[in-house]
Ligand binder design. Structure first.
Ligand code: GRF
Length: 214
């Protein structure tokens, strides 16, 4: 059994999709904790309802990124985390932290990377006039929203979309690809070759999911 920690900052819908999939599909893993960087994160209540242990490492109580990341790393090491899942975790991690957890740190980002790294991806996609948008699951490197891609889902941008309707369409796709990719990691099916990931020896980019209009 592998030990998984999920880090959140917000509502925790991706976290909930991971917990449910881990149980429904009987993953070879235990979700040992959901950790938030602020006590008010609504996802903490979702985790409690799902009977997952919760913890808070408040970034505001630590003086600067290095101190926060050191506290977070200590908590994760104490748990014995084999995999650290960033599920809507809205803190930039230091290079030292990322290197310490290299290969066992995975993130979901609400765009088709490398387009639209950073914040406000849905509004920026609409402003840019793209017709295809989506989400990306990737291993984390020290560069923000960058690293070997494990899975992507593409969704259409529809006439009349605003940032909220587009975000909802992308989020539904996130809930499909994130559990899939996390499970691949837990089953040791991912290898990084150069800058790219392979799943069972097949380039991950061959597994792009087209969600179509839903
Ligand atoms: C998701 O869109 C995720 O990709 C982004 O923040 C959102 C978090 O949603 N990083 P939730 O907290 O998982 O519901």
């Amino acid at each position: 059994m592998k030990t998984v920690a999920i880090l959140i900052s917000g509502q925790g819908s991706n976290m909930a999709s991971l917990v449910r999939a881990s149980r429904d599909e009987r993953w070879p893993a235990r979700i040992a904790a959901v950790i938030a960087n602020r006590a008010q994160a609504p996802g903490l209540d979702v985790a409690r309802e799902l009977d997952v242990p919760v913890d808070v490492v408040p970034h505001a109580a630590h003086g600067g990124r290095d101190a926060f990341d050191a506290a977070l790393a200590a908590r994760l090491e104490a748990l014995g985390a084999d995999l650290v899942v960033l599920a809507g975790f809205m803190r930039i991690l230091t290079e030292g932290f990322v290197r310490r957890f290299a290969g066992r740190l995975v993130n979901i980002h609400p765009s088709l990377l490398p387009a639209f790294p950073g914040l406000d991806t849905h509004a920026r996609a609409l402003a840019a006039g793209v017709r295809v948008h989506g989400a990306t699951v990737h291993l984390v490197t020290p560069t923000l929203d960058h690293g070997p891609i494990l899975a992507q889902a593409a969704v259409p941008v529809l006439d009349g979309d605003d940032a909220a309707t587009l975000a909802a369409r992308v989020l539904a796709a996130e809930h499909r690809i994130f559990p899939m990719a996390v499970r691949w990691l837990l089953e040791d099916r991912v290898r990084v070759v150069g800058e790219r990931a392979e799943i069972d020896g097949v380039p991950a980019c061959d597994r792009l999911l087209w969600e179509g209009a839903r």
